[in-house]
Design a protein around this ligand. Structure first.
Ligand SMILES: Cc1cc2nc3c(=O)[nH]c(=O)nc-3n(C[C@H](O)[C@H](O)[C@H](O)COP(=O)(O)OP(=O)(O)OC[C@H]3O[C@@H](n4cnc5c(N)ncnc54)[C@H](O)[C@@H]3O)c2cc1C
Ligand code: FES
Length: 338
């Protein structure tokens, strides 16, 4: 099928096939639209289509035909059905650094919880990784497949990267991390990627993390503490069981450095034998119980797509401006559209 011409208002033009999405087609043409999960879950890519026809495929196949204009369209899902005109939040040339594989070596692998390991990678002497706290990288597997992981270290500690890897049954990369990968082994990565970073403002900061969604939050909070940014910081962390509250020791260190920092662990499925006496329920519900009025907060949420969707809709319904909700949704590689 032939390609349609996509024109960006006041910017470049590129071609996009009827089965391709606008974010990937722009990238292949050398242009970066804001995007992160590439599965319709995080909203990073939302932009306006000001003219033309397109479809947004649903999970069960193709959805309804939309005839432009339309606001807040997830451009990572949109497929053209005619030439289009777009007004994205931004567009920039692809950063050539993020395309170039970087050679790293495994420094160490430590277990943080039964199903979470921290993988520390080191770059060759003199090589420094430039990234913003909260961004992610792609690990390149030998057959060219890629896997996304967020940096957990702050950008000031950049002679390597620290990744929190959750073990997934049958997961190609996580099976290596929990299996044969050893210190000294080579790992190739591409970075930096993503739109999840703290925006400058005076607003109070509310971080909400589930599972290994804590990784980019750790990078962001440590960056804020190192830069002595004085905004109020609250961190909610959700886990299914108390044994999965792996960031507790790191949070204690933060509170020693910044006694005003609030750390709120929330367990969704405690068992009678766990002895858990803290907050229970879903992490986004705990945030809403404590903040019936969310207006004025700056929220940074990261974790499973379901948690992100529940947090976004609950917080916006409680007065949060959609512009103050920033997130990364940890969708599995198989669900990403690249
Ligand atoms: C921006 C971003 C940042 C991320 N950061 C992190 C991070 O810091 N830490 C972290 O642990 N994860 C993170 N993730 C999630 C991680 O990239 C994925 O879970 C990835 O797929 C793991 O790779 P793997 O090789 O271990 O498992 P995979 O080989 O990708 O397999 C993952 C699991 O998905 C199953 N699966 C196969 N096909 C499908 C399908 N069609 N739909 C759903 N599931 C399927 C597999 O059976 C397996 O159980 C991030 C994701 C994104 C998008
Ligand atoms: S919704 Fe499009 S990149 Fe996440």
């Amino acid at each position: 099928m032939s390609a349609f011409r996509i024109r960006v208002e006041g910017g470049p033009a590129f071609d996009c096939g009827a089965n391709d999405n606008l974010v990937s087609a722009a990238e292949r043409a050398g242009w970066q639209l804001p995007a992160s999960c590439r599965a319709g879950a995080c909203g990073s890519c939302e932009g306006e289509i000001t003219a033309g026809d397109f479809v947004l495929p649903g999970r069960q196949g193709e959805g309804a035909l939309h005839c432009g204009p339309a606001r807040a369209v997830k451009l990572c899902r949109a497929r053209p059905r005619s030439d289009l005109t777009l007004a994205p939040r931004e567009i920039a040339p692809v950063d050539p650094k993020s395309r170039k594989p970087l050679a790293a070596k495994v420094l160490r692998i430590d277990r943080l919880a039964q199903d979470v390991a921290v993988l520390k990678l080191r770059f060759p002497a003199g090589v420094r990784a430039k990234f913003r706290a909260g961004q992610y990288l792609k690990v390149l597997l030998p057959d060219g497949a890629e896997r996304c992981f967020s940096m957990a270290n702050p950008p000031q500690a950049n002679d390597g990267v620290e990744l929190h890897v959750r073990q997934l049954p049958g997961g190609r990369f996580s099976d290596l991390v929990f299996g044969p990968l050893q210190p000294g082994d080579a790992v190739q990565v591409r970075m930096p990627l993503g739109e999840f970073f703290v925006r400058e403002s005076e607003q109070a900061l509310l971080f909400v993390a589930g599972g290994t969604g804590f990784a980019p939050v750790q990078s962001m909070v440590e960056d804020l503490l190192r830069r002595k940014v004085q905004r109020p910081i609250t961190v909610y962390f959700g886990a299914r069981t108390p044994a999965q509250l792996y960031p507790a020791a790191v949070a204690r260190q933060w509170m020693e450095q910044r006694p005003s920092l609030r750390w709120v662990p929330v367990v969704s499925d405690p068992q009678p034998g766990d002895g858990w006496q803290g907050r229970t329920g879903y992490v986004h519900s705990a945030v809403l119980e404590d903040h019936p009025q969310m207006a004025g907060q700056a929220v940074y949420a990261c974790g499973a797509p379901g948690m992100i969707e529940a947090a976004r809709s609950g917080f916006v319904a409680s007065g949060l401006s959609p512009d103050d909700f920033h997130c990364d949704a940890f969708v599995p590689a198989a669900e990403r559209e690249e």
